[in-house]
Design a protein around this ligand. Structure first.
Ligand SMILES: [Zn+2]
Length: 307
């Protein structure tokens, strides 16, 4: 099995935010624009289908009334993301997260935000809008502008058949999801001075906040400070993003390095992180319909038992 690491390039351009009203949209919309490096590929349709299929998953998972504009192009490594971000006094992000809290995880998360130690907190342009802030995308690519992110994918080493892995190649669907997570808001500023929204939930495993570039220290994603959901790529780090997970077996979408030849589905650790930094999760399936199914099954069994 091959492994491949990922790269992240943050945008040098950044703006301070101005709060404002959020226009009404019909739930989370992610608008992809494909570069000619993809549209001119003989396998372009399959590449776009894989990315669009992944996007459909995210649109179904979250309900925020925002439109996220992403430019997709070919690139090196396995993939990389460039995103625009804003920053302000930490109280701005914390107030927005508190006002935006809708899930059980959100309620626990915001109850721990009062002890944050950051002067400023940054968030990607998409994350800011999910929080109800006026943070338009401002990246330019391919002659267009207003992008929240530019995602580069090494399509030549990836398979486009998400459910049918190809030996020696990587799951394009998952690679694209990894980079989309970063555009949406999962990056960490732990190796520098400016904290990002996820760093409000970065802990050392002993209940204390973690924000350092110390590769002798462990760092974890936790919502309540002590229940460790996943470990970040920090202890013994050799490469990859500080906001990525450590390598798991089997690989997870947000791992800094992954294995080839397998299907990798974005999972709860990523979705829970996006939830607590400001995205709103779609409701889980109705318990009522599950009850109906159960009753139907019972009725069928009863009918049979009469024979
Ligand atoms: Zn990454």
């Amino acid at each position: 099995m091959r492994t491949q690491y990922r790269l992240m390039a943050t945008s040098a351009a950044a703006l301070t935010l101005i709060c404002g009203a959020t226009p009404a949209f019909a739930g989370l919309v992610i608008n992809p624009v494909f570069d000619s490096s993809i549209t001119s590929d003989p396998n372009s349709a399959a590449i776009q289908n894989s990315i669009n299929s992944m996007i459909s998953l995210y649109q179904a998972k979250f309900t925020d009334n925002i439109t996220v504009k992403v430019y997709f192009q070919k690139g090196g490594g396995l993939g990389s993301s460039t995103f625009g971000y804003y920053w302000n006094n930490a109280s701005v992000a914390i107030s927005a997260m508190t006002a935006d809290a809708t899930s059980a995880d959100d309620a626990v998360a915001v109850s721990h935000l009062g002890t944050n130690v950051f002067g400023s907190v940054a968030y990607t342009s998409a994350n800011g809008r999910a929080l109800g802030l006026d943070t338009p995308g401002f990246l330019s690519a391919g002659g267009g502008d207003g992008f929240d992110g530019i995602i580069s994918l090494n399509t030549g080493i990836c398979f486009t058949t998400h459910d049918s892995p190809v030996a020696g190649q990587f799951d394009l669907y998952s690679a694209a999801a990894h980079e989309l997570d970063e555009v949406l808001g999962t990056p960490s500023g732990a190796s520098g001075a400016l904290a990002f929204a996820p760093d409000l939930y970065r802990y050392d495993g002993g209940g204390n906040r973690s924000f350092s570039g110390d590769t002798a220290a462990h760092a974890y994603f936790s919502i309540d400070s002590t229940t460790l959901i996943n470990e970040y790529n920090q202890f013994g780090r050799t490469d990859g993003d500080w906001g990525d997970w450590v390598a798991h077996s089997p690989s997870q979408t947000q791992d800094w390095t992954i294995n080839s030849g397998i299907t990798i589905n974005p999972g709860e650790p990523e979705f829970r992180l996006l939830d607590v930094i400001g995205y709103n999760r779609a409701p889980v399936p109705e318990p009522a319909s599950m009850t109906v199914l159960a009753l139907g099954a019972i009725a069928l069994i009863r009918k049979r038992s009469k024979k």
